[in-house]
Design a protein. Structure first.
Length: 290
């Protein structure tokens, strides 16, 4: 074999090796199984434009834990305000959640001027509008019955209408409207599309589905109406589902187990995370807080 032929043979060996690099670059976090007990899917649709972020959590897995965590501390321990605003990724980092989304609708002090916009800044006083429970301690109640995701001390998870947390509640997060009941969509008059955060349970209450939909981004993702959300949650196998806070609050963050950094998976409509009153967090581990 002459030198020219030997060179050609070497090149033919090297080409397949080099072609592997693009495949390696595409293996980014998160994949379809970012954690045991959690599956994740991102969907992009064109007509109308939508971006969906879907996490499904195996509640039958004893290593999976569902928690609700407030933003910042209630420094005075009394009065109208129950917590302070904090961005979900910082709450998730503090609590060492593996997956987190924004929680309750909330209120903050009114601006001094009626023309001024609400100031969603970290450490601003806030309270959750619905019932809220963390580690068995109720820190917010509601004036009327509100749809809530309830985690009981025995580990059972349900979605119910309540105004006061049940005595055996370990964790509670509230929404504003029920979207799915008994496997059927709940009718609502509003047809408005917004960014959304939704949670739902299958009939056996063994699987928690978490859906975040981007919105207010013409040409990329316009958001969903209540009717569209209900159809989507039924498609995903939910028997009950409740709408959590949305708009600029809607966010899904996940911890990269390789780097321990928190990645914002969607694109919040404010252009960045909005500080919120509380978050819903999922931890995969020994079933206890890390």
């Amino acid at each position: 074999m002459n030198a020219s032929m030997r060179g050609k043979q070497i090149i033919s060996v090297l080409i397949p090796v080099v072609s592997l690099w693009p495949w390696i670059a595409l293996a980014e976090f998160p994949g379809e199984r970012p954690y045991p007990g959690i599956t994740y899917v991102q969907e992009t649709r064109q007509d109308p434009p939508m971006r969906l972020f879907i996490a499904q959590v195996d509640l039958a897995d004893p290593k999976v834990r569902v928690d609700v965590a407030p933003g910042g501390p209630d420094t005075d321990g009394h009065g109208e305000w129950e917590t302070t605003l904090m961005v979900p990724s910082k709450v998730a980092s503090r609590e060492r959640f593996d997956l987190a989304v924004n929680g309750d609708f909330f209120s903050i002090p009114k601006p001094a001027s009626s023309a001024a916009q609400p100031s969603y800044r970290p450490e601003v006083w806030a309270n959750a509008i619905g019932p809220a429970v963390t580690d068995g301690k109720a820190w917010s109640v509601a004036e009327k019955k509100t749809p809530c995701l309830i985690v009981r001390k025995n580990g059972r998870v349900s979605i119910e209408m309540i105004d006061r947390p049940p005595s055996d509640a370990a964790e509670v997060v509230a929404g504003n409207v029920m979207l799915v009941e008994n496997g059927k969509p709940v009718r609502h008059e509003s047809k408005a599309r917004h960014p959304r955060t939704v949670v739902g349970l299958d009939k056996k209450k063994n699987r928690l589905t978490i859906l975040v939909v981007d919105g207010r981004r013409p040409g990329a993702s316009i958001g969903m109406s209540y009717e569209e959300l209900a159809k989507e949650m039924i498609r995903l196998g939910c028997h009950t589902a409740v709408n959590l806070d949305g708009g600029g609050s809607s966010v899904m963050v996940m911890r990269d187990p390789e780097t321990n950094e928190y990645k914002i998976l969607n694109k919040p409509s404010d252009g960045r995370e909005r500080p919120v009153a509380n978050v819903l967090g999922i931890t995969v581990g020994n079933g206890e807080k890390k």
